[in-house]
Design a protein around this ligand. Sequence first.
Ligand SMILES: Nc1ncnc2c1ncn2[C@@H]1O[C@H](COP(=O)(O)OP(=O)(O)OP(=O)(O)O)[C@@H](O)[C@H]1O
Length: 587
Amino acid sequence: MFKILKRLTGKDYAYIGISTLFIALQVWLELEIPGYMTKITRALETPGTTTGDILDPGSKMILYAVLSLFSSIIVGYFAARVAGGFAARLRKELYDQVLDYSTQDITQFSVPSLLTRSTNDITQLQMFIAIGMQVMIKAPITAVWAMTKIAGKGWQWSTATAVAVVALIVMLAVILTLVQPRFKIVQRLTDRLNLVTRENLNGIRVVHAYNAEKFQNDKFDKANNDLTDTNMFALRALALMNPGMSLISSGLTLAVYAIGAYLIDAASGMQKLTYFSNMIVFSSYAMQIIFSFLMLSFVFVIMPRVTVSAGRINEVLAVAPSIKYPATKPVEKEANGIIEFKDVSFHFSDAEEAAVKHLTFKTKPGQTLALIGSTGSGKSTVLNLIARRYEVSEGQVLIDGVDVSDYPESDLNDKIGYAPQKAVLFSGDIRSNIDFGTSTNKSDKLSDDEIKDALDTAQALDFVERKHDQLDANVAQHGDNFSGGQKQRLAIARAVARKPEILMFDDSFSALDYATDRKLRETLNKKNHETTKVIVAQRISTIMDADQIIVLDNGNVAGIGTHDELLKDNKVYQEIAYSQLSKEELA
Ligand SMILES: Nc1ncnc2c1ncn2[C@@H]1O[C@H](COP(=O)(O)OP(=O)(O)OP(=O)(O)O)[C@@H](O)[C@H]1O
């Protein structure tokens, strides 16, 4: 927790300092009030007192109460500023950190857990700072100040107050020991509930189509009930705090009056009046002390959760992105668009077998490299290795003669235009989805003609032009208002518009009909003949014309060559080819 609070800035500490001054003022004003009460009590007991004698201390009491209210408003304002600003900075830091994570780093936490950490967990901390600034500073000042005010007014009363304070501390300690471990579990179960809900909402169509509502509901109920049960236990334990506090404060009042009754009874003459007014003042200050502890207990109620939340946020901040990029640009040794794999193997950390084994190949600029193989054979992994989304386990991946790990991130990204297997679109319009991100190869703002040219290459122009708003046509979240094939074409256009040295298509042509698939490749070859193209495909017809085809089989390289070469003597390739096309079509 303290580690995370180190992020408070000098300005925050200045605000905390100002708040402390106003809190001290507030406490002083509040502690002055019982003094006026004594004056009023004494005046009432004194014969010949007029209304004017009571009006003066009475109006001062009201004035002090109003000033105290204004002080607390000012403190509240600064507390909100510090807490809100701190939460915003922390959220940004967390977000930036997560954005730098590689796919593998993210799997350490899971997406729903990262979401809970950057929302719910940060809100807990924000609340803690806001309440803490008002209460944690005020309570000790009030308690100590009030104690000095009552010191020497009667050891019997002081002993009663000390007993009440010890009873309070013991009660808080017991309850918090019970509650703290539960809150740790609560945050984990909140992650789980988030995960199940997210999964259900994302897959809602499949859930309905398979009549799987009951199965999914049961999953949700389990996550929900687990969370509720754990929360209930913690909240029930915390609910004991209020009655416990009432019991102790009422017990103390009772003790103060009982002791007072005994002392007054034993005293004589004016001494009786002194004891009486001392008792009134004492009970008022004693309540201030107990009230300070009551306020502190609010902090202790949220403290267990906040400690867990701070730990969870620290966990994310402590995981440095596993892929590090150098800051300076390397000197390229070969022409643009040359990809070379030197005996590359890659192993997922949680997998038994390598996903890619001993792959060696080299492309020429403008060439088309194709990857084919059954599902799970390692094709997407090869693309991820080229873009350094994954770090090789063995061997070396080079682009233009330089190891990919020697490129700064943006330089490497500038070289590559990537259309992923599952097209990813962002809410906005077509223009913002095609003119996406930055690259040294394109202008900051693409002209309509450039965007249309990319759409034309991707065979997407016809359906975009049919839209009423054309380039300004709305794109919903995830591109849900477009068909699968349309989404893929828009994703291809986005990659093409980047004008990279290397274009990578991960099964991007699978949702296209054969004619569009062929036309797209022909246009690509014509307009982007200098660009190296890497195509992952399941269909032989998509890759037949490639300059180099790599056949993958369960991570192993089953063969590398042209279509004719592989068809002649590569068993795996022959199997795939003959299962899709006739001998005449393949010839
Ligand atoms: N994040 C991951 N963690 C562990 N193993 C993974 C992960 N992603 C993929 N794999 C495994 O690595 C192997 C290669 O996966 P890859 O996605 O490269 O296959 P692919 O040939 O592209 O398949 P497809 O044609 O179905 O897209 C598979 O066995 C897969 O189960």
